[in-house]
Design a protein around this ligand. Structure first.
Ligand code: KG4
Ligand code: ZN
Length: 352
């Protein structure tokens, strides 16, 4: 079945993404070819507040979505009526932000008579791997690490996901953002820590690597975040100078060790042959390098999306939506935003 799905070379799908602070749209041909990929990032707007302000994000999406979608269609040289489907993120994410994309997709779909497919944002992140690795077919294991999620997922087939591990508290990206704020690097934290860490010593400070008793593969990052905050407080109280680059590098090493360690344990235990990463944190240079090395040591093929497809984009939604469409999933005009949608959950979808 998997091969047949990839052979639909002329399928044209518009992907729309608005779950957080990026308004994005993309046209995908044949499930994996990106004809256009327009991303309007609101980072500059939210930087002033040190993080994403949900109401401002929603308003930003409303202001830009029409332009972003029009540009994606025109860069792809495609008209609405040419599309086979409109794929849109309906969860998880910020409810007000999701609603803008969902309402826009439903309106376009209704006006042009094109079916709408609601897409799970996390599944979209995983599907970004199909863009950068055109030969990739399930089964494979994938670590999704973003601002809101850290999951280890077994992709057994197209549209078939089994969660193997999750975070018990903070997501990896959230830890990057909180630590970056504490050491004065600002928002968004991930790329700033990535850069600062290059000048620092990853072994300068030993921060904890948490183990979760109930599920050895699960993650926990809140203890690590507290350890960094305690370290900073203690330096301040003793009047010691804080070396930002060393803190960034040591914290990053603790996150990378945990993500890679748990992932490789699960992959080895399950005899996995292909391992992929996804989500904003997957663009971290040190994480990518560590996975490359550890997978090579174990004879596991390692796959990763190009950094532009790791952070939020419409292309990954278009790809996930293409496969969901071919699997027969459709959404009606009652499609709603589902802020806490789980991986593998299909709310309100029907099959044709
Ligand atoms: O996937 P994404 O764009 O949005 C969500 O779905 O959350 O991920 C954003 C997260 C943020 O927490 C950001 O700090 C983190 O990904 N991130 C990084 C890097 N680039 C983005 N974390 C570590 N290193 C990076 N280079
Ligand atoms: Zn995301």
């Amino acid at each position: 079945m998997s091969t047949n799905l990839s052979e639909n070379k002329d399928l044209l799908v518009l992907g729309i993404e608005s779950s957080c602070d990026e308004t994005a749209a993309s046209v995908i041909r044949g499930c994996r070819n990106v004809l256009s990929n327009v991303i309007y990032s609101q980072i500059d707007i939210h930087t002033v507040y040190g993080g994403v302000v949900p109401e401002i994000a929603s308003r930003g999406h409303i202001e830009k979505i029409n332009l972003v979608v029009k540009q994606a269609l025109s860069e792809a040289g495609v008209e609405l009526k040419d599309l086979d489907a409109i794929a849109v993120t309906y969860g998880p994410g910020l409810v007000g932000a999701l609603l803008v994309g969902v309402a826009h997709a439903k309106a376009l779909g209704w006006a042009a008579g094109v079916p709408v497919v609601g897409v799970n944002h996390i599944e979209g992140h995983i599907c970004a791997n199909y863009i950068s690795s055109p030969e990739l077919e399930p089964p494979f294991m994938c670590l999704v690490a973003s601002g809101g999620h850290s999951h280890l997922v077994n992709v057994s087939g197209y549209g078939e996901y089994e969660i193997i591990a999750r975070t018990r508290d903070d997501a990896a990206g959230e830890a990057f953002d909180k630590v970056a704020r504490a050491i004065g690097l600002g928002y968004p934290g991930g790329p700033k820590i990535d850069k600062a860490a290059r000048e620092g010593d990853p072994d300068a400070i030993v921060f904890p690597r948490a183990k979760v008793r109930e599920n050895e593969y699960d993650f926990s990052f809140s203890g690590l975040k507290s350890a960094v905050l305690n370290y900073l407080n203690s330096c301040n109280m003793k009047g010691e100078k804080i070396n930002t680059a060393d803190v960034a590098a040591s914290f990053q090493k603790a996150v990378v060790d945990t993500l890679v360690g748990h992932s490789m344990q699960a992959a080895t235990d399950r005899g996995v042959k292909k391992f992929a990463i996804a989500g904003g944190v997957a663009s971290n240079s040190s994480l990518r390098k560590a996975f490359e090395e550890e997978c090579a040591k174990r004879g596991i093929e390692f796959l990763s999306p190009e950094p532009i497809y790791c952070t939020d984009n419409g292309a990954m939604i278009g790809v996930a939506g293409s496969y969901d469409y071919l699997l027969g999933y459709r959404s009606g005009l009652d499609l709603n935003a589902v802020p806490n949608l789980s991986i593998g959950e299909r709310k309100g979808a029907f099959k044709v």
